[in-house]
Every structure is written in structure tokens, then in C-alpha cells.
Design a protein around this ligand. Structure first.
Ligand code: B12
Length: 313
């Protein structure tokens, strides 16, 4: 009699293997295997009559695939996302509902030169799986540090989704999922790090009209890695509010990002900031600022440069 995949038993004899056997077969602990299930959705698809979970042959093949990718250097979350969405993998019916391949909106983003982890992130974002995308980024932030994670993984995928939108007007939902997941991963990683030292903080804001806060959070994490205190006040900050924040916080430096903003005028910013002794350092970032900056104002063209300018004080 053929096994009934919905019940996992044949004439009362369970088919599929329990977690202990599957773990031993792979040479990992049962808690590792369980965490692949709870964190990444790589769960056994069968159940015994008594409700115990069992791994089918297809599940075992998928576990092999996850392990092979991890051994090849992929982050576990990316390896799992790839295995769950692999067109040659197990049939859709055995996948958890949240991981099923979506319709046209689930198309994978094209990211030139992407490695397995980057492809895993693009896939998770394309499927609007915010949790999986966040886990992938968090793991890479832990493994590579923020500068490499941003340049090697996060920026390429953000750029790809921005390009898709610019070319077709599509994928706004993917962009939002990716933004939320990025913000989540950056902030979670930040609270894992040791507390900052007792230097005066760096204050981070975006220019009036600009909603692009990701560069602030990525820089805040870069500063936290240097144990430099940072305060993010977020998007579209009016110049008067920035001045109030400077009076209240007394930061050693202010970073203002402008990706897309109206009439970005560094001179207005300088004039509005309170005069302090020593003078507050002002660093600008983002492509929205004009090329000519007033004397004393610095410009950081990338994350590494911004961290060095502001964190190495
Ligand atoms: C995520 C995103 C959003 C999110 C922002 C969420 C958030 N909380 O940050 C939301 C949905 C809100 C959004 C809205 C809009 N967006 Co938008 N967005 C993006 C996206 C995908 C990533 C932005 C980002 O973080 N960029 C940083 C990195 C990934 O970009 P980069 O080019 O590699 O970075 C350059 C510099 O910034 C610098 N750099 C990189 N990282 C760092 C870090 C630090 C610390 C420093 C100092 C420098 C630095 O180096 C690079 C080369 O110069 C970009 C695509 C893109 N390529 O940037 C579009 C993009 C910036 N958005 C764009 C547009 C047009 C908009 C909207 C006008 C769309 C609309 N019609 O509503 C609105 C504008 C709203 C507003 N007033 O701000 C355009 C801007 C084009 C332009 N220059 O005019 C882009 C480029 C998309 C595109 N390809 O057309 N967006």
C-alpha cells in the first residue's frame, strides 16, 4: 500500500523519520534542526497518527540541500530560503504556506553578480517574506559586520529593487518589505552590541522632505560597532527641529542625509544650527546635496567614510 503523505503512516506503521534520526543523518543536533524549522520554515511535512512530526524523503533531500549550502558558505536563513523556493526542490504541497512561490508578484529580483546569500535575500523579498529577509540580513550583519553586509548584500538588493521600480513602476511592495526588514535587522543587530562609551553622541537625521532613513540606521550601526554613541531622529526633520535636538542632546557631531529632498541647502542648515564650543561637526551624506559645501562642512560619500569621519573622533 502506498504511504498516505497526509497522515505519515501506512497501516499503522509511521513513514518518514523523526527529528533525532534526521539530525543524526546530517550530523547536526536536534536543536539545530528544530531551529531550521522554527526560524526558517524548513519543517517536516508528515505526521504520525499521534501527531508526531516526521521528515519525508523530500524533506530529507531539502535538509541535505540546506546543509550543503551552509557548508559552501551561505548563511542558514539564505540556504533555507533557497531550498524552500528552489524550482527543482520538493513539491509545493510540502512547503509551509508562508513560503510558497507567489504569482507574478513573487518574481525574483535580478541582482547582478549575486552570491547564494544575496539571491536568498532577493528571493525572500520577492516573496514578501519580511521575517526571512530580516533573518538573512541579521545573520550577515553578525558574520561580516555592517560595512561588508551593507556593500555586499543589502545595497545591491536595494539598488535592484529601486531599479525595477524606476524601469517599470513595479515592486513598491517588495521595496517596502526590504526597507522594513533592513531596518529591523539593523536595529536588532545594534542592540546586540556592547553599550557605547561615554563620548558625546552623533546625531543622525534626514534632510527636510527626505524619507530615506536607511542610511541613518546603517551608519548608527557602524558607529555602534565602534562603541560610538549615536542618536537617530529619523525622517524629514525640519531644520528648526534639528536645531532644537542639537541644543537638547549637545552632540559632538551631526550627520544629515539627503537621498531625495527638496531644496537641500547646506548653508541654511549651518545658519540654523546653534553655535557651540567646541563647534558641532557637520557631516552630510547622500546624493541629494549640491556639490559646493560651505567651509567646515564635510561630506561622506559612503558608509566606511562616514564611520571613519564620525566614529574615529
Ligand atoms: C528604500 C527606498 C525608499 C523607501 C525608503 C525607506 C527608508 N526608511 O529608508 C521609500 C519607500 C520611503 C522611498 C520613497 C521614495 N523614493 Co526611494 N528608494 C529606496 C531605495 C530602494 C533604497 C534607498 C537607500 O537606502 N539607498 C542607499 C543605497 C542602497 O543606495 P546607493 O545608491 O547605493 O547609495 C549611494 C549614496 O547614498 C552612498 N551611500 C550608500 N550608503 C551610504 C551610507 C552612508 C552612511 C552614506 C553617508 C552614504 C551612503 O553611496 C551611493 C553612491 O553615491 C532607492 C534605490 C537606490 N538605489 O538607492 C530608492 C530611490 C532612492 N528612491 C527614489 C524615489 C524617486 C523615491 C520617491 C520619490 C518615490 C515616490 N514616487 O514616492 C519617494 C521619495 C520620498 C521622499 N520624499 O523621500 C529614487 C531616487 C531617484 C532620485 N535621485 O531622484 C531611487 C534611487 C529609486 C530609483 N532607482 O529611481 N524610497
Amino acid at each position: 500500500m502506498a504511504p498516505d503523505p497526509t497522515r505519515g503512516e501506512t497501516a499503522g506503521v509511521p513513514v518518514g523519520v523523526p527529528v533525532g534520526v534526521a539530525a543524526a543523518r546530517l550530523g547536526v543536533t536536534t536543536s539545530t534542526l528544530r531551529s531550521w524549522g522554527t526560524r526558517y520554515g524548513v519543517v517536516p511535512s508528515l505526521r504520525t497518527k499521534g501527531g508526531h512530526r516526521r521528515y519525508s524523503e523530500a524533506d530529507l533531500a531539502r535538509l541535505d540541500q540546506v546543509q550543503a549550502q551552509i557548508r559552501a558558505g551561505a548563511a542558514p536563513a539564505a540556504a533555507a530560503a533557497a531550498a524552500l523556493t528552489d524550482a527543482d526542490g520538493p513539491p509545493t504541497a510540502t512547503r509551509p504556506a508562508s513560503r510558497r512561490r507567489a504569482g507574478p508578484g513573487g518574481r525574483v529580483l535580478a541582482v547582478p553578480g549575486a552570491d547564494d546569500t544575496t539571491r536568498g535575500l532577493a528571493r525572500a523579498a520577492g516573496q514578501l517574506d519580511l521575517d526571512a529577509a530580516e533573518e538573512i540580513m541579521l545573520e550577515v550583519l553578525r558574520e561580516r559586520g555592517v560595512v561588508r553586509a551593507w556593500d555586499e548584500l543589502m545595497r545591491p538588493v536595494l539598488t535592484a529593487v529601486g531599479r525595477r521600480w524606476a524601469e517599470s513602476g513595479e515592486a513598491i511592495e517588495v521595496e517596502h518589505v526590504l526597507s522594513e526588514a533592513s531596518l529591523g535587522a539593523l536595529r536588532r543587530r545594534r542592540v546586540e552590541l556592547p553599550a557605547a562609551d561615554d563620548r558625546p553622541p552623533v546625531l543622525l537625521a534626514t534632510a527636510p522632505g527626505d524619507q530615506h532613513t536607511l542610511p541613518l540606521h546603517v551608519l548608527a550601526l557602524g558607529l555602534s560597532e565602534q562603541r560610538c554613541p549615536a542618536r537617530v531622529i529619523g525622517a524629514q526633520v525640519p531644520v528648526a527641529s534639528l536645531a532644537t535636538a542639537v541644543r537638547r542632546i549637545r552632540p559632538a557631531a551631526v550627520f544629515v542625509s539627503c537621498v531625495v529632498c527638496d531644496d537641500a541647502d547646506p548653508a541654511t542648515l549651518v545658519a540654523a544650527l546653534p553655535r557651540t564650543r567646541p563647534a558641532t561637526v557637520l557631516v552630510l551624506g547622500g546624493d541629494g546635496w549640491p556639490a559646493d559645501l560651505p567651509p567646515g562642512v564635510s561630506y561622506a560619500s559612503g558608509l566606511r567614510e562616514a564611520v571613519d569621519l564620525l566614529g574615529g573622533r
